[in-house]
Design a protein around this ligand. Structure first.
Ligand code: NAP
Length: 323
């Protein structure tokens, strides 16, 4: 019988989707004995999962409950097949992205500050913020207190599972969308990442939704921020390491860009880090992919993959084929 190890903190009800004919073995992160298993469903939190790994024997397949699996290959080695939960985070992460874009263009973080201060008159601050960021110094009457997303140009860096859902959710805003992935293709038109520098100056909003890899590490640095439009919005829904943090701090403090980031480098962002104090920045502490619907969705993806594995069918979400 196939032995499947899973994090003991998981709600047992979620496991009802698992196929018959397997032995489910709960693994606590304080595991002290070795456990012989065939398939490992690691805890979504890497630090907890990494505490369990040294006690596991016989693992041939890892079924991650997350889309991002960057810590797994280095931990389990090249002989183990790794599948991710492609699709499990799509809705929550895409919704976070749309919310972050709208929050920044509607200056909601500033309005929360104003609400906390209890001073209605401070609302005029947004006009100054808008002028500083965009260098649009026209005498607009009434003055700017919110901006619009409709008809803006959005550059989507990463056009995979989540990127496509972001595109779907952006449709009502009639934005002009520029898509970027590793390689170029048509229908719809997708540009290769090698063209990124020439595309950055065209966008009002740049969304990062690609995996952190050796190639994408530090993809957005001082040069790329410099190429962005004055006052453009950088949204990082992917991984902190894709953006060079020093360059981001500098770009924000110089009022060159604004940003909304769900992920940071380092992460967790230490108390007192300069990023906490940057202007025109919305930080959420890596929550974009989480919602009450996430658990059932990711377990269902893992269960379906396990079914295929047991039937000897090709696996769907392989990120590393064990050698
Ligand atoms: N904030 C959160 O809580 C949260 C939640 C879920 C996921 N994420 C992050 O989002 C990432 C994307 O998830 P997904 O499910 O959409 O992944 P996916 O379906 O595998 O799609 C990844 C996309 O990124 C592109 N890509 C890969 N490397 C690239 C590079 N160096 N330059 C440009 N594009 C590159 C791929 O290009 P090709 O199409 O050409 O292969 C593909 O279009 C995950 O890896 C994870 O790190 C974050």
């Amino acid at each position: 019988m196939l032995r499947v190890g899973y994090p003991s903190v998981l709600d047992q009800k979620l496991l009802s989707v698992m196929p018959e004919g397997i032995e489910l073995i709960p693994l606590g992160d304080g595991l002290e004995h070795n456990a012989e298993i065939d398939v490992w469903i690691p805890d979504p939190y890497p630090t907890r999962a990494m505490r369990v790994w040294p006690h596991l024997r016989g693992v041939r397949l890892v079924l991650s409950l997350m889309a991002g699996t960057e810590w797994i290959p280095g931990t389990v080695g090249p002989h183990v097949t790794i599948c991710n939960a492609r699709g499990a985070h799509n809705i929550s992460t895409a919704e976070w992205t749309i919310s972050a874009i709208l929050a920044m263009l509607k200056h909601l973080p500033t309005y929360v500050d104003i609400q906390r201060s209890g001073d209605w008159r401070r609302r005029s601050e947004v006009t100054r913020v808008y002028e500083q960021l965009t260098h649009d110094l026209r005498q607009l009457h009434p003055p700017v207190k919110l901006e619009e997303l409709t008809n803006k140009t959005v550059l989507l860096v990463g056009y995979g599972s989540i990127g496509k859902d972001i595109e779907r959710m952006l449709e009502p805003f009639r934005v002009e969308l520029i898509r970027v992935a590793r390689s170029a293709r048509t229908e719809p038109r997708v540009h290769a990442v090698t063209e990124l520098d020439s595309l950055l100056p065209q966008a009002d909003v740049v969304v990062l939704i690609l995996p952190l890899t050796a190639e994408s590490h530090g993809l957005i640095g001082a040069r790329q921020i410099d190429l962005m439009r004055q006052g453009a919005l950088l949204v990082n829904a992917a991984r902190g390491g894709i953006v060079q943090t020093d360059a981001l701090v500098e770009g924000l403090n110089a009022n060159k860009i604004r940003a909304a980031v769900d992920v940071t480098d380092p992460e967790p962002l230490p108390t007192g880090h300069p990023l906490w104090k940057c202007p025109n920045l919305l930080i959420t502490p890596h929550v974009g992919g989480s919602s009450p619907q996430f658990g059932p969705r990711s377990l269902k993806i893992a269960a379906d993959e396990l079914q295929r594995y047991m039937k000897g069918e090709p696996l769907k979400n392989v990120v590393q084929a064990g050698v």
